[in-house]
Design a binder for this molecule. Structure first.
Ligand code: C2E
Ligand code: MG
Ligand code: MG
Length: 613
């Protein structure tokens, strides 16, 4: 029909003025129309092909979108302007514990929230943080699921109110971040707050202190903990530190702040209570608790603790000063034997400074050649003659004058200088002794530190080597503390020295608290009864009975017995009745410089009637 009408119109158009159809014109018109139609048909075919290709592309895109959505490790949800779900993926359902028929297109946000197995975190670091963008804004929400997982949603709200959200499980990240934050403020070994967080607590407590209120700070340090670590190993040391932390936790309770400041150092802050009474009670409790043995298998390990106490406001109102003063009091407690608490006094600071100055001088004393050995005779009671000399260290300081051994040797031990000094003493004593007659021995005092921090065997060998002194003429004097602190390390060294013919003497016998057990642990050649036992033997029969019993004990164990500190002829006479092998003391001679030894040996020796040789 359409073609007929078109032809009729073309015929009408082709009629010329005469009313006759111009056939040529008609043919031209028909041909023109035909050409246009062919072009349109071609165009249509092209469009159809394009459409098919676009359909195919769209299908592929849809497939790709589905693949992306379902493999995305993040949950995705899209809500329209009415806040109804238009798109979501499987991970979204999985994260929030939703079923497939819960998260259908058209579901509202409140209906979905009602179905998730968790609640939105309403406070904390991420609760509803918003960032404004050019096109809308981003909101972060966090959900705590019933099974403990933490889900974070990042919601991009578009200007029309619709939103696109991605959701992620951030449980592990959050745990790692929490752990890092914890570690920044806690000690990983004991879980206690560390120095940084303790300082923060102190800052806050001192700032909040009300007038009339006092705050006590206890700085604690375990005594000789280093030797526990050195002899039993770091892992045993760590276990003990954890136990110490637990005991301290129990003592400190919830009201007081407790922290581990360093290796074997702890601190407690006691706030708002009557001081110094309460802190004294707390320190007593801590001392009791920590003196209970720690067990490693069958073997109990005993510890003691030193404590320094500073109280605010009298000892300082700010953290640094209070910490410093508690530290000064702690050093004082340590320097005076440990195992107790000390309260800060301003004099302590001066004393500590003096000690630091002494330490500085001591560090240069060896190279400045300020040491000297004096020799005190050991008098053989049977042979009634000097059989040897004990080498006693003297420090002649250019401005201090002569510093007493008891003033600098404990310090030298504490700071480790005794190892180098002890090496010098050994060599000097052997070099001096080799110039004496061959039957005269030399006794050298050795500190516990030389067993743990030095190589005593090497030092002894070197001294004998350089001096060419026979090992039989050398005697090593050790005190109980050597065995008390480092039995496992010291015993093999003592055995090795003894095997080489070097004599081993137990010095200051009777001053420790478990002397007998140490006597049975090693076959000493000699025991030296401490001078404190001799003082009263003449006037006090009980004192005499005690010394007599110790002499008999040594004798029964087959050890030579030396009595130290014999100052009078009366004491000597009394001891001559006993099975005492050797005496030492001012009565024979005080310690004398090395150049006096020949004169001491050549002068007439005291004679005793009671003992016929
Ligand atoms: P020690 O080994 O028991 O030495 C004996 C101490 O008693 C010496 O004190 C000596 O002078 C003193 N003394 C001797 N006879 C009498 C007496 O009749 N009455 C009194 N009241 N005292 C007497 P000194 O020389 O002051 O030495 C003290 C301590 O220092 C020594 O005690 C020893 O433990 C230590 N010492 C000395 N030299 C060294 C050394 O080279 N190395 C080490 N590690 N310690 C040393
Ligand atoms: Mg001695
Ligand atoms: Mg002694």
């Amino acid at each position: 029909m359409e073609a007929e009408a078109l032809l009729r119109r073309q015929c009408v158009e082709a009629i010329n003025r005469d009313g006759v159809v111009d056939d040529r014109r008609l043919v031209a018109l028909v041909l023109e129309t035909y050409r246009d139609r062919a072009a349109t048909i071609d165009k249509n075919a092209e469009l159809i092909a394009d459409l098919a290709a676009a359909k195919e592309d769209f299908g592929e895109l849809q497939k790709l979108l589905e693949t992306v959505l379902n493999h995305l490790p993040l949950g995705l949800s899209v809500f329209d302007t009415e806040q109804r779900l238009t798109l979501s993926n499987a991970r979204f359902r999985q994260l929030f514990g939703l079923r497939e028929d819960d998260a259908v297109v058209g579901a509202s946000i409140p209906s979905l929230i009602a179905k998730i197995g968790g609640v939105e975190r309403s406070e904390g670091r991420t609760a509803s943080r918003e960032t404004t963008l050019e096109s809308g804004h981003i909101r972060r929400r966090e959900w705590v699921m019933n099974d403990g997982r933490i889900i974070q949603s990042v919601v991009t709200v578009l200007p029309d109110g619709s939103n696109i959200s991605i959701h992620a499980d951030i449980t592990e990240d959050r745990q790692a971040a929490d752990r890092i934050a914890f570690l920044a403020h806690h000690d990983p070994l004991t879980g206690l707050p560390n120095r940084i967080s303790f300082r923060e607590r102190m800052d806050a407590a001192l700032a909040a202190r009300k007038p009339g209120e006092q705050i006590a700070l206890i700085h604690l340090n375990l005594d000789r903990f280093k030797s526990v670590n050195d002899t039993l190993g770091v892992s045993v040391g760590d276990k003990i530190l954890r136990k110490v932390a637990n005991r301290l936790r129990a003592c400190a309770g919830d009201d007081n702040a407790l922290a581990r400041l360093g290796s074997d150092e702890f601190a407690i802050l006691q706030c708002g209570q009557q001081q110094p009474w309460n802190v004294t009670a707390l320190a007593d409790q801590i001392r009791r608790e920590l003196s209970e043995p720690f067990f490693r298998g069958e073997k109990p390990i005993e510890l003691s603790v030193s404590m320094g106490v500073a109280i605010s406001p009298q000892d300082g109102v700010d953290t640094d000063v209070l910490l410093k003063h508690a530290g000064v009091a702690l050093s004082h407690a340590k320097n005076t034997g440990g195992g107790r608490e000390r309260f800060f006094t301003p004099e302590m600071e001066a004393e500590l400074e003096a000690r630091h100055a002494l330490e500085a001088d001591l560090r240069t004393a060896l190279q400045d050649d300020e040491f000297e050995l004096h020799y005190q005779p050991l008098y053989d009671m049977n042979e009634q003659r000097i059989s040897g000399f004990e080498a006693l260290l003297r420090w002649n300081h250019p401005t201090r004058g002569r510093v007493a051994p008891l003033e600098f040797i404990p310090l030298a031990e504490e700071v480790g200088l005794i190892v180098d000094i002890g090496r010098w003493v050994l060599e000097r004593a052997c070099l001096d002794a080799v110039t004496w007659p061959k039957d005269i021995k030399v006794a050298v005092n050795v500190s516990a530190i030389q067993f743990t921090h030095g190589d005593l065997q090497v030092d002894v060998s070197a001294a004998l080597e350089v001096s060419k002194l026979s090992p039989h003429r050398l005697e090593i004097e050790i005190t109980e503390s050597v065995l008390m602190e480092n039995k496992d390390e010291a015993l093999p060294v003592l055995h090795a020295l003894r095997e080489r013919g070097i004599g081993i003497a137990m010095d200051d016998f009777g001053t420790g608290y478990s002397s007998l057990s140490y006597l049975s642990s090693f076959p000493f050649d000699k025991i030296k009864i401490d001078k404190s036992f001799v003082n009263e033997i003449v006037d006090n029969s009980e004192a005499f009975s005690i010394i007599r019993a110790i002499i008999l004990l040594g004798d029964a164990l087959g050890m030579r017995v030396t009595v130290e500190g014999v100052e009078t002829a009366a004491q000597l006479e009394l001891l001559a009745q006993e099975a005492c092998d050797e005496i030492q003391g001012y009565h024979i001679s005080p310690p004398r410089p090395a150049y006096d030894v020949p004169q001491l040996l050549s002068r007439p020796q005291p004679r005793m009637n009671a003992r016929a040789v």
